[in-house]
Design a protein around this ligand. Structure first.
Ligand SMILES: CCCCCCCCCCCCCC(=O)SCCNC(=O)CCNC(=O)[C@H](O)C(C)(C)COP(=O)(O)OP(=O)(O)OC[C@H]1O[C@@H](n2cnc3c(N)ncnc32)[C@H](O)[C@@H]1OP(=O)(O)O
Length: 194
């Protein structure tokens, strides 16, 4: 046994998260990190267009309107789409820590069906950090920030460097991204100075 675990419960030795001094101000819109991101990109017509704002802790909130293109059952959102909305919101927490992190594990409870046209109110926060692992939790509420709880998630994100994307991404998109200083900035590629 190696002792490695991917469970979303912080292990012994995990520490509380620290909001980075250069994190976006509370209430500030974080904006899309990539034009063609299915979760937040304005260049994806059937994408989710999740809009995220910084919170005052190591947390963010977001809204997402379920569209016809997001159905699973008639008139209801597809569960995978809802998990994507949670993933996108959780992924934005990297801005609050000023790191790039990718989803390692995402556990989702689907508590209520979510009809088309619903505005889902999402909230995500970092609960602990252990080395490169970032532990986080998220909720999705129907109709308002205090509305009925439809979704709940726990996640482990793993911090990576820009090299992760350069090594694994399709070259055409990576080269176009790195060649565009505005795109590098919004992509959270903090260690790149274009
Ligand atoms: C050009 C710039 C572009 C920038 C764009 C920004 C976009 C942001 C986009 C956001 C979009 C939204 C979000 C998205 O959709 S992100 C897209 C979906 N996610 C992915 O594609 C991730 C795919 N997986 C990997 O690339 C690797 O497996 C990673 C990088 C995750 C780890 O491989 P790596 O070789 O690096 O790490 P390691 O093996 O040395 O392990 C290190 C530690 O991590 C722990 N661990 C490992 N795996 C898991 C796991 N699955 N769960 C829990 N924990 C895990 C491991 O136990 C160890 O801990 P410890 O045992 O030491 O304590």
């Amino acid at each position: 046994m190696s002792g490695r675990t991917t469970a979303p419960t912080p292990p012994d030795g995990a520490v509380p998260p620290v909001r980075h001094p250069d994190a976006p101000a509370p209430g500030e819109t974080i904006g899309s990190h990539y034009e063609y991101c299915f979760g937040c990109g304005p260049g994806v017509p059937h994408g989710l267009h999740v809009e995220v704002r910084a919170g005052d802790g190591v947390c963010v909130s977001a809204e997402f309107r379920v569209k016809e293109a997001h159905q699973g059952a008639p008139g209801l959102a597809h569960g995978g789409v809802l998990a994507t909305a949670l993933d996108e919101t959780l992924g934005s927490l990297g801005w609050m820590l000023r790191v790039i992190a990718v989803t390692g594990r995402l556990e989702t409870d689907f508590l209520l069906p979510v009809p088309v046209d619903t505005v889902l109110h999402l909230h995500a926060e970092v609960t602990a950090v252990h080395g490169r692992k970032i532990y986080a939790a998220a909720t999705g509420r129907i109709g308002g920030p205090e509305g009925p709880l439809a979704l709940r998630a726990e996640a482990v994100f793993v911090e990576v460097k820009v090299d992760h994307f350069i090594e694994h991404g399709r070259p055409a998109e990576i080269q176009a991204t790195l060649a565009n200083p505005d795109q590098v900035k919004v992509a959270r590629a903090f260690e790149v100075n274009p």
